[in-house]
Design a protein around this ligand. Structure first.
Ligand code: ZN
Length: 245
């Protein structure tokens, strides 16, 4: 048994563990950054986690390194072990936002077990809800000026003169190839197929929260902040009750 489980006792209050679910284009990255700034939470993506564990040379990091060097996929066990090591670090004392993990209900169950051993739990799984056809319009309408990088949109922000950048007068407009309507629709479909079981899983545990991600950035971040504020109050109450016993 390696010493890889998070020890929440190094933190005064158990860190809040959030899972943020949302399809590409729903603004997940932006919202995670806002939560980081506002609440001191730390966003943990699987790739970053593995890279930093390898760099730090932890036990799990060494295991991950040898698997990755052999071109293999890092097992759930290793990912979860790296994750719980990371949550025990001082900078995660306020809480973490998991990004990209778990991806399956099997991983979700394993993660719950490991967190439970460390007296931690997922406090909320927050799903950024989108309207698929609206998302297709939003994403596939995007283009940028190839000269200065100014962003435009077919519907929401057309240049004053078609094909000419308002800002720099450039005439070379660029579109990302994978932003075409068919590809965006495919991406959304794949997201829903992968995420639906997780949504059901966290619904069953009564920790699923949904936020309308079609609203503007401030409304979304206010909704997320309300959720985090409620969770923090609950965590404090938990601790208060334990102390009274
Ligand atoms: Zn321009």
């Amino acid at each position: 048994m390696s010493a890889t489980n998070a020890d929440p006792h190094i933190h005064d209050v158990n860190p809040i563990v959030l899972i943020l679910l949302g399809p590409p284009g729903a603004g997940k990255g932006t919202q995670a950054r806002i939560l980081e700034e506002k609440f001191g939470l730390v966003q943990l993506s699987t790739g970053d986690l593995l890279r930093s564990a390898v760099a730090a040379g932890t036990e799990a990091g060494k295991q991950a390194k040898s698997v990755m060097e052999a071109g293999g996929l890092v097992s759930d066990d290793i990912v979860i072990s790296v994750l719980s090591d990371r949550i025990a670090q001082p900078d995660c004392s306020k809480g973490v936002i998991l990004d990209g993990f778990p991806r399956t209900t099997v991983q979700a169950g394993e993660l719950d077990n490991v967190l439970d051993n460390s007296k931690l739990k997922i406090n909320a799984a927050i799903s950024l809800e989108v309207d698929d056809s609206e998302m297709v319009t939003r994403i596939s309408g995007r283009f940028t000026c190839g000269t200065c990088g100014e962003g435009y949109h077919d519907v929401y922000k057309r240049p004053k003169v078609d094909g000419v950048c308002d800002k720099c007068g450039g005439t070379h407009m660029k579109r990302r190839e994978d932003d075409n309507p068919e590809t965006v629709a495919e991406r959304l479909k794949a997201y829903h197929a992968q995420t639906a079981p997780l949504i059901t899983y966290y619904q069953g545990k009564e920790i699923l929260k949904t936020v309308n991600a079609m609203s503007d950035i401030n409304n979304i971040s206010n909704a997320l902040s309300n959720i985090v504020n409620t969770l923090r109050t609950d965590v404090k109450k938990d601790i208060g009750m334990k102390q009274e016993v």
